[in-house]
Design a protein around this ligand. Sequence first.
Ligand code: FAD
Length: 374
Amino acid sequence: MINRSAHLSADAAAGVTAGAASGAMAGVTAGATTGAADITQSFPLPTVRGRYAFAFDLSKVTWFKVGGMAEVLFRPKDAEDLVSFIKDKDPMMPVTMLGAGSNVLVRDGGIKGVVIKLGAGFADILFHYTPPLAAVKPSESATSAESAESELATTASASAAESPSATAAAEVIVGGACLDRTLVLACAEKGLSGLEFLVGVPGTIGGAIAMNAGAYGFEIKDFLNWVEIVNTDGSMTRLSAASLSMGYRKGNLPKGAIIVRASFALQNGDPAVIHTAVTAYLQQREDTQPVRGRTGGSTFKNPTGMTAWKLIDQAGCRGLSINDAYVSEKHCNFLLNRDAAKAADLEQLGERVRQAVKEASGVDLEWEIIRLGE
Ligand SMILES: Cc1cc2nc3c(=O)[nH]c(=O)nc-3n(C[C@H](O)[C@H](O)[C@H](O)COP(=O)(O)OP(=O)(O)OC[C@H]3O[C@@H](n4cnc5c(N)ncnc54)[C@H](O)[C@@H]3O)c2cc1C
């Protein structure tokens, strides 16, 4: 077990090991933290080119600004680094994927094992104006990791027939850590239309695909050609969107898959019109959602044919609170951390809302927010 007080005191230093970090080195660097010693003793950490941080306070990287520690936070340098980490790590070591943390509630006891967060090495945006997709090879723009993936081009050709890019004006290939908003604005600059609806979704492309993010009648799956994933054995696969059978807030990825890149099909558009749409989407959010609060967005999925916020409102839960956790007055499917809420307050509040809705309408609300840890 992790010694949490040791972790807290060591957190400022965060035991961050930059550059080439090995299991042995990790143990030494983080020697001041009992927790780091615990995990490296149970599961020696592989040598990586990215960074390990020990006893990392996850409230710093989640939108709710709550949650305990990750025993280890690993930020791989690039896809090659991620692949070798997954291949070399102890298969029993738990791994949890985190994007921008905008759809997760990390519990106060933290997350055991390694939390992986992709960074700048996974944020490239590449435009291809001459589909078909079969012509796209992980080459011109390839990073060193990508050159090892040449076999993926074959799979891409196979999926081209069922891909939305067959009729698209352009294809954009984007890293899993790119923020939705960054991608939308880059597309707008190029006069490429399709993903504007994502502009106010504050996550990464990896998180958006994992959740099949949607808004204003669109879902990310409608524009997705393919996704490249690192599997739990460290192999890389390119999967066509059609093969995933994505659904409402469900990416349906293979268990434990880590999204490193994805391809989307876009249409030509007038940059001025696209910018107007983007501005309108952002304004609509400002008007209707507490977008500047400490929140995880919509807490519950909309049951078929119903809207969660209406059920919550009818159950009298608007404004309900537990300590510093409260139900938004502005959009009552959003929970907020006023300041010092614990994850337990937010989760209990969510459960209280579910119970009230069940009593008032007989409907069982399903959590959309992913609750992680213990
Ligand atoms: C103010 C606000 C407004 C929002 N509005 C919307 C909205 O309109 N529509 C909507 O759909 N959502 C909305 N959300 C929820 C959230 O932004 C989306 O679900 C977003 O796509 C999550 O992305 P993320 O990178 O933050 O993922 P995280 O919250 O970090 O993770 C979510 C899930 O995705 C997994 N994941 C993340 N990255 C990867 C990866 N690279 N590979 C594999 N799995 C991964 C995680 O393991 C986790 O299970 C909103 C949230 C907020 C705070």
